[in-house]
Design a protein around this ligand. Structure first.
Ligand SMILES: CC(C)(COP(=O)(O)OP(=O)(O)OC[C@H]1O[C@@H](n2cnc3c(N)ncnc32)[C@H](O)[C@@H]1OP(=O)(O)O)[C@@H](O)C(=O)NCCC(=O)NCCS
Length: 218
């Protein structure tokens, strides 16, 4: 059972990489994942400090094992440059520009390989979209590596539209260790029906880490 950020950090890297990855690199990936989870979903995150909601959904099977994750957090969208900036505790200055907007971003989507193509990814997206609407937002964004065709098929099937592409960095398994490499990220957006606004600054409530844990039998 994954119940802490530390143990959860082992989930995603194990789902996303081949089994033959050297142990040292797997450990590095787990550490990166741990830092990412802490930055996005804990009470020490910039989102929390700036009073934006955030939450990470876990899908479990009947044995309480995690089979999927999908998180929501905030980034600042620069609508002039078409790029995202990370929210930081000093990001409050974005309020002074009319082309920068805090937007809800999907992150950390992963489904365990033996549970893929069963509709779990689709179900996680649907659940997250409902949460975003309760936060008062009517749109949702995500970034995906342009090479990740399967994930893009899922997003398109669920009503997401590509809105721009931009350069980014990806972590790759190298001959000796992990390395970062340049990659092209595609930004997808979905407009949700019934949301109250796209960029409200005052948030009605806070997400809790792992809020809304739910079960799915499979
Ligand atoms: C991408 C991922 C989350 C999909 O999860 P999933 O639970 O298998 O997706 P679903 O079963 O809900 O699929 C829904 C639709 O997405 C598309 N899709 C998903 N996986 C696909 C695949 N491997 N090949 C082709 N289409 C696929 C299909 O259109 C599918 O609809 P269909 O079953 O009616 O054909 C999963 O493959 C994964 O964890 N990949 C590794 C991590 C990753 O890439 N995360 C995304 C980071 S941006």
């Amino acid at each position: 059972m994954y119940s802490t950020t530390s143990s959860l950090s082992q989930f995603s890297p194990q789902q996303s990489v081949q089994n033959d990855i050297p142990k040292g690199q797997l450990k590095e990936l787990v550490n990166l994942e741990l830092m990412d989870l802490r930055k996005r979903y804990t009470k020490a995150s910039p989102a929390s400090m700036l009073k934006f909601p955030y939450s990470l959904m876990l899908a479990e099977d009947d044995n309480g094992e995690i089979v999927g994750t999908l998180g929501l957090d905030f980034q600042i969208l620069d609508k002039k440059e078409n790029k995202f900036k990370k929210l930081t505790s000093s990001s409050i200055s974005f309020l002074e520009t009319d082309y920068e907007e805090p937007v809800v971003v999907l992150s950390n989507l992963a489904v365990r390989p033996d549970k893929r193509k069963l509709g779990i990814g689709r179900m996680l997206l649907k659940e997250r979209e409902g949460v975003v609407q309760t936060w008062g937002y009517n749109s949702i964004f995500l970034l995906v590596d342009s090479q990740n065709i399967n994930a893009q098929k899922l997003y398109k099937k669920c009503g997401y539209k590509a809105v721009f592409e931009g350069e980014g960095t990806c972590v790759a398994i190298g001959a000796v260790g992990l390395r970062t490499q340049e990659c092209v990220n595609v930004c997808y957006k979905k407009v949700l029906r019934g949301g109250k606004g796209s960029g409200a600054i005052e948030m009605p409530n806070f997400g809790e880490m792992f809020s809304g844990l739910f079960r799915r039998s499979s």
